[in-house]
Design a protein around this ligand. Structure first.
Ligand code: SF4
Length: 327
């Protein structure tokens, strides 16, 4: 990352172009710059190159990735192939301070925010790994961290990704636990970016147990904020709902969810909990998940059950990092 350099604006643009479009590994590779300028830059800064420290593939093609940062820390990502898409899930923070009780990343706490170049760098590292044999079509900010708690760097990273990597904002989805003020700010500043709200419960009692943020922005506050978002006619919010056996997966929950979503332009992503060792929750049975989905569909709510892509490599928040650190 280039820090504290008084470069003219056009030089900064050239730098970013070489870093993210041409994907150079070092300042010496920027042949557009004179040797003296390269030497000056090398004395002041460097190009950060995230390394993929570990890649674990599952039989369905999903790959869990561990990215090494320059300070020795690491974050995770997941590459998910689909029939028509290749989606990369990236992290926005090292760890997370939000404390969601079903999430392993939460148990790590927050170490630090990622810089914009480290967020965009995850995309660059995967593109390099793919060697042009496949193109990333979609980005989801659903890895480690709460993206809206790192608003400035996340939005800068989105600018870099959209401007220099050919991925439009409409193909980027940011997932939030429900940081209400920043949700509204995101819509003001980047209305094309898709927003996924992690709801996960239909009563405040249950949601406050699962997600401490509910004590600050409860379900009513969150839904009112969702209703106020200026969602364009052809767009919809995504409501993410992790199904936890016996906690939030009953038909009553499904019916309450229908009532809650009334009048909201939203689709629902049902995510059967991905169990991990020591988890305090269990995955719902397949029957319960399908019944939940059918109740929503019967009331004309678009609801998908996310397939268990990457189940055997435990492609859920934080798990690869923990495994790596223990080995
Ligand atoms: S679910 Fe997301 S917001 Fe909640 S603790 Fe995990 S990473 Fe943070």
């Amino acid at each position: 990352m280039f820090q504290g350099i008084g470069l003219p604006r056009f030089r900064v643009t050239q730098l970013i172009h070489w870093m993210y479009e041409k994907d150079v590994l070092g300042i010496d590779d920027i042949t557009e710059f004179s040797r003296p300028l390269r030497e000056t830059l090398k004395g002041l800064s460097y190009i950060g190159n995230l390394k993929i420290l570990k890649k674990t593939e599952s039989s369905d093609g999903t790959a869990k990735l561990l990215f090494g940062l320059d300070d020795g820390l690491s974050v995770e990502g997941v590459l998910i192939p689909d029939e028509y898409r290749l989606t990369l899930c990236v992290s926005s923070q090292v760890g997370c301070a939000m404390g969601c009780r079903f999430c392993l990343t939460a148990s790590m706490g927050l170490t630090r925010n990622l810089r914009a170049d480290e967020i965009a760098g995850q995309v660059t590292a995967v593109r390099r790994e793919l060697q042009g044999q496949a193109e990333i079509t979609n980005i989801v900010l659903m890895g480690m961290g709460e993206p809206l708690k790192n608003f400035g760097e996340v939005t800068k990273a989105i600018q870099i990704i959209t401007q220099y990597m050919g991925i439009s904002k409409r193909r980027i989805t940011l997932s939030t636990a429900g940081v209400v003020p920043e949700m509204q700010r995101l819509y003001r500043e980047m209305p094309e970016v898709n927003l996924a709200i992690s709801l996960n419960a239909t009563t405040d009692d249950v949601r406050s147990t699962l997600m401490p943020i509910n004590n600050k922005y409860n379900i009513d506050t969150l839904l009112r904020a969702c209703h106020r978002l200026p969602i364009s006619p052809r767009r919809r919010l995504t409501i993410a709902y992790v199904l936890l056996k016996g906690i939030n997966d009953t038909p009553e929950d499904a019916r309450r969810l229908i009532a809650m979503l009334k009048g909201l332009k939203a689709k629902v992503n049902l995510i059967p909990f991905n169990e991990y060792e020591g988890a305090r929750y269990e995955a719902p049975g397949e029957k319960a998940a399908i019944e939940f989905q059918q109740i929503l569909i019967a009331r004309h709510i678009t609801a998908f059950i996310r397939k268990s892509k990457g189940l055997e490599i435990q492609a859920a928040c934080g798990q690869l990092k923990t495994t790596h650190e223990q080995s």
